[in-house]
Ligand binder design. Structure first.
Ligand code: PAF
Length: 293
């Protein structure tokens, strides 16, 4: 496994890789969720590239950029064990050189859900992902359903910009008690860690109601809110039952729905979601027209 930092080294190493190349962009501090993406990329491609870059532009001024967990040595050992071919660890100066002034923005989709509470977040994500894709030039890139809006926004961006890359969305990986894996789970103390399962329990309660025939969007939101209200350590930011394509809030009877929420447990902000009425519970892979499988 090669580890490179500069663009020059990345381009040289990338050019020597057997095709097709699968790419997993990450911010490091890897967990089983990331490794599931790497394994999926490994199965589907001759070569696997992973980037590790804590992208400053997707953090708001009051968010956790300074304290975001990092452990490069451990990350590299995990990636080596998964048979990754190339790891790119660019510096902020490589990604945002002095005078940087070009941004990629997906408009409507980023006004909803996370976008409403994290202004500028998706502009940072779409800009950095565009730059990572342009540099790595993979045939396929892998994202987790855990960040459902991010996956939806990136598919839209790839479509709108005619980027020649297939986007593959992989299922959320959960702890045995249902908590979605996230690098931010490390912020939780033991009591908060126990309380954090309430997100999954709320989603499951709504899913059970849906499976039993409940179709009213407001009722599904109410079921999630009722479960969340029972956990004293949880402070709800939003609870949503939205159209999986437009991400707009649904009213009345629903067939396909993205149930999602953002909840503070102590001072840690957690998000989770379930996709109802969609095969496999993940956004279908997006293959741009004309790309060979
Ligand atoms: O999902 C993440 O870890 C980040 O948002 C990504 C896609 C690596 C961009 O910084």
């Amino acid at each position: 496994m090669r580890v490179v930092t500069t663009l020059e080294d990345l381009r040289r190493a990338r050019a020597a890789l057997p095709e097709p190349v699968g790419f997993v962009p990450t911010m490091g501090y890897l967990h089983e969720g990331h490794l599931a993406l790497v394994r999926c990329a490994r199965r589907e491609n001759a070569s696997v590239v992973v980037s590790i870059f804590v992208n400053p532009t997707q953090f708001g001024p009051d968010e956790d950029l300074a304290t975001y967990p990092r452990d490069l040595e451990r990350d590299l050992a995990l990636l080596e064990a998964e048979g990754v071919d190339l790891v790119w660890t660019p510096t902020p100066e490589v990604m945002y050189p002095p005078g940087f002034q070009t941004w990629v923005t997906v408009e409507e989709l980023t006004r909803e859900l996370e976008g409403a509470y994290r202004p500028g977040h998706f502009r940072g994500v779409t800009t950095v992902v565009t730059k990572l894709l342009a540099a790595v030039q993979p045939q396929r890139a892998y994202f987790g359903q855990k960040d459902a809006q991010q996956a939806r926004v990136i598919i839209q961006m790839v479509r709108d910009l005619n980027l020649p890359v297939e986007i593959v969305v992989c299922p959320t990986v959960r702890e045995p008690d249902g908590l979605a894996m996230s690098s931010r789970n490390t912020y939780l103390n033991p009591e908060e860690r126990r309380a954090a399962t309430v997100l999954y329990r709320a989603l499951q309660a709504a899913k059970q109601a849906y499976d039993a025939g409940e179709r009213d969007a407001e009722r599904l939101r109410a079921i999630m809110r009722e479960v969340l209200a029972q956990e004293p350590l949880a402070r709800v930011q939003y609870v949503s039952c939205a159209d999986p394509d437009t991400l707009r809030e649904l009213e009345g009877p629903v067939e396909r729905a993205l149930l999602s929420m953002a909840v503070f447990v102590g001072s840690t902000r957690l998000i989770d979601n379930l996709l109802l009425g969609v095969e496999g519970g993940v956004y279908p892979r997006y293959r741009p027209p004309g790309l060979t499988p």
